[in-house]
Design a protein around this ligand. Structure first.
Ligand SMILES: [Zn+2]
Length: 201
């Protein structure tokens, strides 16, 4: 593969959509720089207002970062969603559109999701309110986990520099909802006990 290396400034303009079409076309259709990932992350790191090291960008606004021994999902505003192996959408603010009127606000044309069959879930950051992701799914469908990367394998086998700590590569979302469910049951029990005590008084 030919050795190619664009200056970081070019990669920054690429990310920000400022490159003229002819240059953009030659970059996206050509071989990738061997150090493209590092330059890409370096540009992103300069753009965010916090210090934690970016391990992998997830979306335009979300990043997996190293925080102490943890790897967490963080918004560009600084809001932290917690362990990256838990679906961050479970901790986002969610607006659901499931009526004709609510969908009409987004789709002014006849072609739109059928509110009798599915719902549109808009996910927002609790820290800055930016829209992070939109899913259209059947009613009751579990929160879609878009991307759970195997970071240890990526850094060890692809970048050839293993991360300092190794974490089990597994989806922890169900552990999280199980914990919430147990906490919910516990708090209902406490409320019931209090209510029974009040009745006795
Ligand atoms: Zn945010």
């Amino acid at each position: 593969m030919p050795e190619i290396s664009y200056p970081k400034e070019v990669i920054r303009d690429l990310i920000e959509g400022k490159l003229p079409w002819n240059q953009l076309k030659s970059i996206i259709s050509g071989y990738k720089d061997n150090d493209r990932f590092d330059k890409y992350v370096a540009v992103l790191q300069e753009k965010v207002p916090w210090q934690e090291r970016i391990l992998l960008p997830l979306t335009d606004e979300l990043y997996i970062v190293q925080k102490g021994k943890e790897r967490i999902v963080k918004c560009s505003c600084g809001y932290e969603f917690g362990d990256y192996r838990e679906n961050w959408k479970l901790k986002a603010l969610i607006h659901v559109r499931d009526t004709e009127a609510e969908l009409d606000e987004i789709y002014p044309y006849p072609s739109k999701p059928e509110p009798g069959y599915c719902e549109m879930r808009e996910h927002y950051c609790p820290g800055c309110g930016i829209q992070l992701e939109v899913d259209t799914v059947p009613f009751g469908y579990p929160a879609v986990f878009d991307f759970l990367p195997d970071l240890d394998t990526f850094y060890r086998d692809w970048l050839r520099r293993p991360l300092d700590t190794k974490l089990e590569f597994t989806d922890l979302s169900y552990e999280l909802t199980r914990r919430w469910s147990a906490e919910g049951r516990e708090s209902i029990k406490k409320t019931d006990t209090k209510a029974r005590r009040r009745k006795k008084v």
